[in-house]
Design a protein around this ligand. Structure first.
Ligand SMILES: [Zn+2]
Ligand SMILES: [Zn+2]
Length: 337
């Protein structure tokens, strides 16, 4: 079959590889769509903690069952694939946090992913049926599930003012979800305003470019001087320093959502400020399989997020798809087969 292959940092081609075979107790899938994630770009440019080479990338995948070794799946069933392969028996797996399983392997990182014509899945519990829903749209289940994980930890809800840093696909999906959860105002800081051309009016109440005091001014105006209840950084390009913490309202919550750069990672945090103003910092990385099922359900309810796909490519054009996603002038690139 044809597959995209990352061979080393910066090297990505399309090549012929051996067809995967039907695993015992599992399924063989024909890939329908696989979207390009910011993490894929980061992996190609600089490697990743969980990446080993050579690797077929892609963890935002929808597919159709080609062959099956289990009765609960039928040939032709359409599914979304949870990217984790976890042990299923440890304390984290049993508590519903299978993404934190110490043995977890992530598709597209430690195992081959969906930028290929076919893929084999050993554990069918990773598959979520998508019925007749649009397979391209349903690739959003994975990134949306990451937002569901983060916003659950942040307790985003009625009346909250939410500040999103970075207006790429993750910023937009977080804004969409925050509105669904009842947030009263959603503010955005994004340096490249042209990337918002495709974003529907009303997704953000206020937008500013991160220059000087502009974010602080926007937050002040947008919250009657109170500060943001929630901050979700969706770009590694903002250092989470005291300027960011200073934007939080008393009782405010911040999620370390986008993976920070190594050099920005050790930070002096004013714990007295955290104490007196009762601030909360939570981390989130990927999502558990239960968040994936919630995301599929939400997308199947008919939310139209098709505007987020600003680049659609064939598998042979994988490099252009990566170029579109890393150019930061559009939103999401997707490979359809
Ligand atoms: Zn992703
Ligand atoms: Zn486990």
């Amino acid at each position: 079959m044809k597959a995209a292959l990352m061979r080393s940092p910066g090297v990505l081609d399309v090549d012929e590889v051996h067809d995967p075979v039907l695993p015992k107790g599992g399924v063989l899938l024909k890939v329908l769509a696989c979207a390009v994630c910011g993490t894929d770009i980061k992996m190609l440019e600089a490697g990743h903690r969980d990446l080993t080479y050579p690797r077929i990338p892609g963890h935002e995948v929808t597919a159709e069952v080609l062959e099956t070794d289990i009765s609960m799946m039928r040939i032709g069933d359409r599914v979304q694939v949870w990217p984790g392969e976890s042990c299923g028996t440890c304390a984290q797996c049993r508590s519903g946090n299978d993404h934190l399983c110490p043995h977890v392997k992530i598709m597209g990182f430690n195992t081959d992913g969906g930028m290929a014509e076919m893929m084999a899945v050993v554990d069918p519990s990773r598959l979520v049926p998508i019925g007749n829903a649009d397979p391209m749209m349903l690739t959003l289940a994975e990134p949306l599930a990451c937002c569901i994980n983060a916003q659950g930890k942040l307790r985003v809800g009625e009346g909250d003012s939410v500040l999103i840093l970075g207006g790429g696909p993750m910023g937009c999906l977080n804004a969409f979800l925050a509105r669904r959860r009842g947030a009263e105002s959603v503010m955005l800081s994004e340096p490249v305003l042209e990337r918002l051309h495709h974003v529907p009016n009303g997704l953000f109440d206020r937008i500013s470019q991160p220059k000087g005091d502009e974010i602080a001014e926007m937050v002040k105006r947008g919250t009657h001087g109170r500060g943001a209840d929630v901050i979700i950084p969706c770009t590694p390009n903002i250092r989470l320093d005291s300027n960011v913490f200073g934007l939080l309202a008393p009782g405010g919550r911040l999620c370390v959502f986008s993976g920070p750069r190594r050099e920005d990672s050790p930070l002096p945090i004013d714990v007295r400020d955290m104490h007196y103003r009762e601030l909360t910092v939570v981390g989130s990385y990927g999502h558990a399989s239960r968040h994936g099922r919630d995301a599929v359900k939400l997308l199947r309810e008919g939310s139209d997020l098709s505007w987020i796909f600003t680049g659609r490519y064939g598998l042979e054009d994988v490099r252009q798809a990566f170029g579109h996603a890393s150019g930061r002038t559009g939103q999401k690139a997707v490979i359809t087969l």
